[in-house]
Write a protein that binds this ligand. Structure first.
Ligand code: COI
Length: 360
């Protein structure tokens, strides 16, 4: 069973190695490295056939259940190129633990965290020449699990693939670390309590696309999501968690059933508390945010996520009215959090929380 899971390694021949992309024009998720990890699960055998091998297509039956009923979960984490060729990763175990929480919600099998961590380190190390060294660029790791059993009945599948692919990436938003313009939607919702908003599952992202398209067409970078019941309380921004600084309080919505438990969110909470900033996890309405904008007590809004890191918000648009945040600039706290997190992630700064692991 998975406790004895053997991971075989089959390296690309030199002729199979791909040309590496220009580091200054990576965008996000457009290129993939030479190798990938794949393992399979069946009810009888558990996890088996674990292999690091050349990056390649796999064939799926057209009836594979992930394609019909969305049993598909994923994670996102990064490898950072430090000084003298060192390679760091940030809280990787937390990503795999969160994947298991998503798996539980989606009736999918647990992954063996220790073995998967070992496989990920070996995979990243094997493709370490792909880790970009340009400032802000990283190697994004995408662990994914999909249901592959070919059955049209709606029930948990009995066969799954778990795989990890690697993508050299630049900034998630074209703005980079510059402030984004955010469109507050009261027309669409991302997730509802009791639904799957807390799971990192494909359908949540599918549900967000139409709103993001409309926001883009209106000239906005992303959407700010309100709660699905009252369309009143702020929940997330784009694919990130959200923080609002009002007066001395740094406020973020609580993990109350429809919000993803972001690892960057948790890191920001811990960092801010260690700086004696008052962090408050509570429901906060869009009306309260906008009232604070009008009376001048709102000083910053930012999103947090693995892909986006810290993403300052420079403008909100709600019901056709525009509100400038932090004079359209990057706020002081956003900048401090970004610098500190990046310093820790790239191994340039002390890591009092022991978040970073070194893999090369
Ligand atoms: C991440 O922040 O890593 C995410 O998973 C967001 C993503 C959909 C790019």
């Amino acid at each position: 069973m998975w406790r004895d899971l053997e991971i075989s390694v089959c390296k690309c021949d030199s002729g199979q190695l791909k040309e590496k992309p220009d580091q200054d024009n990576l965008g996000f998720g457009n290129f993939f490295t030479d190798h990938m990890f794949l393992m399979k699960w069946t009810r009888e055998k558990g996890w088996h056939d674990a292999e690091i091998g050349p990056y390649k297509n796999f064939s799926l039956d057209p009836a594979a259940m992930a394609l019909h009923y969305g049993q598909a979960i994923f994670e996102g984490l990064k490898a950072y190129s430090g000084e003298n060729g060192q390679v760091f990763m940030f809280r990787p175990e937390d990503n795999f633990e969160r994947m298991n929480a998503s798996a539980l919600r989606m009736c999918m099998p647990r992954i063996p965290v220790d073995q998967v961590l070992k496989a990920m380190k070996a995979l990243v190390y094997l493709d370490k020449d792909w880790i970009p060294t340009a400032p802000g660029a990283t190697l994004y790791v995408r662990p994914t699990m999909i249901a592959v059993e070919p059955v049209l009945g709606v029930r948990p599948a009995e066969e799954y693939y778990f795989y990890m692919i690697l993508s050299p990436v630049g900034a998630y938003y074209s703005e980079g670390f510059n402030p984004t313009k955010i469109w507050v939607t009261d027309k669409y919702v991302r997730a509802v309590k009791g639904g799957v908003g807390t799971a990192k599952t494909a359908g949540n992202y599918a549900a967000s696309i139409m709103a993001a398209e409309e926001a883009n067409k209106a000239g906005y970078t992303q959407v700010l999501w309100l709660d699905a019941c009252e369309r009143k309380y702020i929940e997330e921004v784009g694919t990130s968690n959200i923080f609002v600084k009002i007066g001395d309080d740094l406020i973020t919505p609580p993990l109350n059933g429809s919000i993803l438990a972001g690892i960057t969110r948790d890191s920001v909470i811990q960092l801010a508390k260690s700086w004696d900033i008052k962090v408050v996890e509570r429901m906060i309405s869009i009306d309260e945010v906008l009232a604070a904008s009008e009376d001048g007590s709102l000083t910053e809004i930012f999103g947090t996520g693995t892909a986006a890191v810290i993403s300052p918000v420079g403008e909100l648009c709600y019901q056709d009215k525009k509100y400038t945040v932090a004079d359209g600039n990057t706020g002081e706290l956003s900048q401090r959090l970004f610098d500190e997190l990046q310093g820790i992630q790239y191994g340039k700064q002390e890591d009092p929380f022991k978040w970073t692991i070194r893999i090369g």
